[in-house]
Design a protein around this ligand. Sequence first.
Ligand code: ZN
Ligand code: ZN
Length: 334
Amino acid sequence: MRAMVLDQPKQPLQLRDVPKPKPDRGQLLVRVSTCAVCRTDLHIVDAELPDPKLPLILGHQIVGRVEEIGEGIKAQFKVGDRVGIPWLGWTDGECAYCRSGRENLCDNARFTGYTIDGGYAEFTIADARYCFHLPERYDDVEVAPLLCAGLIGYRSYRKTGDARRLGIYGFGNAARLIAQIALYEGRELFVFTRTGDKATQQAAKELGAVWAGGSDEMPPERLDAAIIFASVGALVPAALRALAEGGIVVCGGIHMSDIPSFPYADLWEERVITSVANLTRRDGDEFFEIAPRVPVRTQTETFPLEEANTALDRFRAGKLKRTAVLVVNAVANQ
Ligand SMILES: [Zn+2]
Ligand SMILES: [Zn+2]
């Protein structure tokens, strides 16, 4: 099968013919239809995340059809079913985290397109227990970005509790998806972009934000919560300063530059800083239930599998206006 393979970080992916994998017990062989590109893919290629499997097939926002079913899988999936494969690929089910509903923190978790091969290929293998059925209203291209930007964004959003005034720093893929749910749920949205990025601020207002400005500005009202999707550590103290008492700053990314020091007074009065790691299957079930009701809409730009490097380069350079989705096999609508 054709695959785009990462031999070493900081090198372009190589188009290669590799053996088609075989499903073990509990696994599905999936014919990949589409795979959305995530900023995490860039962090892996750019050596900003430690110890990827090498050589590696990237990609953890995979949409495909079940081609073959390993032993031991009951009625959950049948051949031909459409499935979504997310970042969380496997957990041990036994550690203290798994047993307390926090499988996202599992000691032995494995991650799609990072520590196990992902979806920048014609076929991939996935543990059936971590795959999702996808809402029918979306086609294979538009649903792909929901599998990480949507899902992990949703987990970040849920960490903000019932915050009425919600700030979002960095208005990229995840932010745009989560903003739609926040507005649907009646939150007031305050969007922070790079200083002077009037076009993005305008886009945020068009979507329904009550205020949009630069990340160096203070919002007109104190926020109950802020989610930081940009990987810029300096935004943490900036967001803290924008919070009301008891507010929370949620860092939604897997990688962030160092956080500068700040006065304790900015944290005082029970303000909280937290991060979000990975996802649980429950996050996925909840998200795929609410997303089609909103409905959350994605904006995508497609690339053929062979042009994965172009998609990554354009992402790195900030030249993507929409979420890049690799189209691997011809897309049949649902
Ligand atoms: Zn575990
Ligand atoms: Zn991701």
